[in-house]
Design a protein around this ligand. Structure first.
Ligand SMILES: *[C@@H]1O[C@H](CO)[C@@H](O)[C@H](O)[C@H]1NC(C)=O
Ligand SMILES: *[C@@H]1O[C@H](CO)[C@@H](O)[C@H](O)[C@H]1NC(C)=O
Ligand SMILES: *[C@@H]1O[C@H](CO)[C@@H](O)[C@H](O)[C@H]1NC(C)=O
Ligand SMILES: *[C@@H]1O[C@H](CO)[C@@H](O)[C@H](O)[C@H]1NC(C)=O
Length: 379
């Protein structure tokens, strides 16, 4: 019976059925073509995505206020090992406070600096990631940009943009190279460092105390603009206090504020102190030595104070400047630096006050503290 029916269905009423069949066939072709096209595009975007994430996984995290999301690229250890020739010695740029730094070149030709953190922190992985995400959020043209990190097999690494012109100490303390930095370039560097530090202290939503502000932590880009490096690491490794007392004094002898060096007390004012030393070094081209250097009756601060009191601040200025130097700016910088290195933290200006002083020609207060060196009072 049903075979007849089937026959009837396909044969007996051939006229209207052809239309139905044609309609079905056309509809099927359209649907199949549609599926093929969309499938193709899905396939394409998926391979793109795979290509994109092949060498770096992305981690992301909601920020505290929840309305902004930050993605921090995670680099694979193999990518970094390849970029740095397996961390070869000839790619080593130097040794920072938290471990060695290597230069690397990614397969796309982009140059990076890799800070390989020494295994000193007992910090958990998530804590570390959160800290790195916080550091990555600090973005300012006078801070070195963090590109991502790598956490794998006991290794913790931070990947930064590469700075072609090394660091400030490479220039100002070298007789030949210091000639490449004339006064206007140096003044530009001073103002840039002050802006970067001000951002860390109060303009960023985190309050970051650098704790190791020094010439070798001021990197220079291709136009010799300064970029502060190593910010936020002290916070990461020294606990998350923003001011207070620490058992682990990170910092560099010669730049440390007295209250930090002797009692571990740090605050934005201990950074201001270090900035003051840096300022003296930039103007004089001389390195400040420790507080009590046996070979020197007076260190750089002592010298600066004495010349200031004698009314001879010009003697401190790097002699090579010659005509290029704007003496009124240079003397003003020495004056500001003496305010920054006053012995009592409460006497020192904040970085925002320093910024105003650098940018104006108003009269400045006289530095008032006295300094004691080897028990000898310098007044
Ligand atoms: C890095 O990768 C490139 C291309 O993928 C390869 O030619 C090179 O040998 C690798 N280098 C190292 C040190 O693994
Ligand atoms: C890199 O170092 C690891 C371990 O030291 C070694 O197994 C590997 O072969 C090295 N790779 C290259 C490309 O040198
Ligand atoms: C700084 O770097 C740029 C680019 O690498 C270079 O052209 C320039 O000569 C460098 N400046 C100094 C003073 O070394
Ligand atoms: C020196 O610097 C001051 C303040 O920045 C400026 O007003 C003055 O024009 C400069 N003098 C020269 C000779 O460049």
């Amino acid at each position: 019976m049903w075979t007849d029916g089937a026959y009837w269905a396909t044969g007996a009423k051939a006229e209207p059925d052809t239309k139905v069949v044609v309609a079905i066939v056309v509809a099927t072709i359209v649907v199949v073509a549609g599926l093929l096209v969309s499938g193709y595009y899905m396939y394409k975007s998926r391979t793109k995505l795979i290509e994109k994430t092949e060498s770096r996984r992305e981690i992301s995290q909601k920020t505290d206020d929840g309305n902004e999301e930050l993605e921090l690229p995670m680099f694979e250890l193999s990518t970094i090992a390849n970029a740095t020739d397996n961390f070869s010695l000839h790619n080593k740029l130097g040794e920072g406070g938290f471990g060695p730094v290597y230069k690397g070149t990614l397969t796309d030709g982009k140059e990076i600096a890799v800070k390989r953190l020494s295994k000193i922190s007992g910090q958990g992985l998530n804590e570390f990631k959160n800290e790195v995400i916080l550091i990555a959020k600090l973005q300012h043209r006078n801070l070195v940009k963090l590109l991502g990190c790598c956490i794998q097999e006991e290794e913790k690494m931070l990947i930064y943009e590469f700075m072609p012109n090394k660091s400030l100490d490479f220039f100002i303390f070298d007789q030949k190279r210091s000639k490449l930095l004339d006064w206007s370039k140096r003044f530009n560097i001073i103002c840039g460092v002050a802006r970067g530090l001000l951002y860390l202290h109060q303009d960023s939503r985190l309050r970051i105390i650098h704790r190791d502000m020094k010439a070798s932590n001021v990197l220079l880009d291709q136009e010799m603009n300064p970029k502060i490096s190593d910010f936020g690491l002290a916070r990461t490794f020294g606990g998350d206090q923003t001011e207070g007392n620490t058992n682990r004094v990170v910092g560099t002898y010669g730049y440390m504020a007295p209250e930090y060096a002797s009692d571990g007390l740090f605050s934005v004012k201990s950074d201001v102190f270090s900035f003051g030393i840096l300022l003296l070094e930039i103007v004089s081209g001389k390195k400040n030595r420790g507080f009590y250097h046996p070979d020197h009756d007076l260190n750089l601060i002592g010298q600066a104070w004495q010349l200031w009191k004698e009314g001879n601040p010009l003697e401190l200025i790097d002699s090579f400047f010659g005509e290029s130097c704007n003496l009124s700016e240079a003397v003003r910088c020495i004056h500001i630096s003496l305010l920054c290195v006053q012995q009592h933290p409460e006497d020192r200006p904040t970085m925002s006050a320093v910024g105003l002083m650098l940018g104006s020609e108003n009269t400045l207060p006289e530095p008032k503290s006295t300094w004691f060196l080897d028990g000898q009072e310098i007044t």
